[in-house]
Design a protein around this ligand. Sequence first.
Ligand code: DGL
Length: 264
Amino acid sequence: MNNTVDQSKLPIAVFDSGAGGLSVLREIIKEMPWEDFIYYGDTKNAPYGTKSSEEVKNLVFGHVEDFVSEGVKAVAIACNTATAAAIKPLRAAYPKLPVVGIEPALKPAVEQNQGGRVLVMATPRTLQEGKFQRLKARFDDQAEIILQPCAGLMEYVERGCTGTQEVREFLRQLLWEYLEKPVDAVVLGCTHYPFVKADIQVVLGPGVKIYDGAEGTARELHRRIIKFGVEREDQNRKGSIDFRNSAPTEERSKLYEALMKAHL
Ligand code: DGL
């Protein structure tokens, strides 16, 4: 990277396999509205959640390489699957770059539902990764942690089918066991799922508490940006967002716009 460039003025890259990371971008913007962002959705290669660890890692490294050669000051992996598969080798490969990821918000869910039943909804890849298994092992003795792989759910968000009978029917079939034997809490372990949070609530009932990790990721990104000395000084400006996609279409741009405005 060119040393004459003021690093603090470079954008922050936020990426996901598609539109899910917008649920994280929204929280990051609330935390640092003055920053500029590149939001990249890798729709061409989605879904990540049913791919092998190696495939996901290769995709993530490819994107980060592109961001770095273009010039970004930080990277947020707004995807639980990509984080679980790649964050460790990524941090090792880019020690000078602030890199944050997202992981299922199991900690607050277990702490606030001690001895209860906590359901983790995530992609098959996330739940199989060692990173998630180690997280689960830390809390296994405090609650009954139930894992629910949700292959096929992100596609409803990508098709803009949130709040529809169609997605609720899919969720009813996926979650029927927990209608018979209820859970106390649900952890949304995929960044697409906050967009169907209301649908999950309708299916499982109003008593179930639902957790996601986007706010924690936004705070952690802010901390790292300060720690690496790349925070912007001119904080009374409003930053920009450059939306990009590996398979761009007009409909996708409209979907992104609608999801950015969605009430989560
Ligand atoms: N949004 C991604 C996550 O948080 C997963 C979606 C996918 O399977 O690509 O895990």
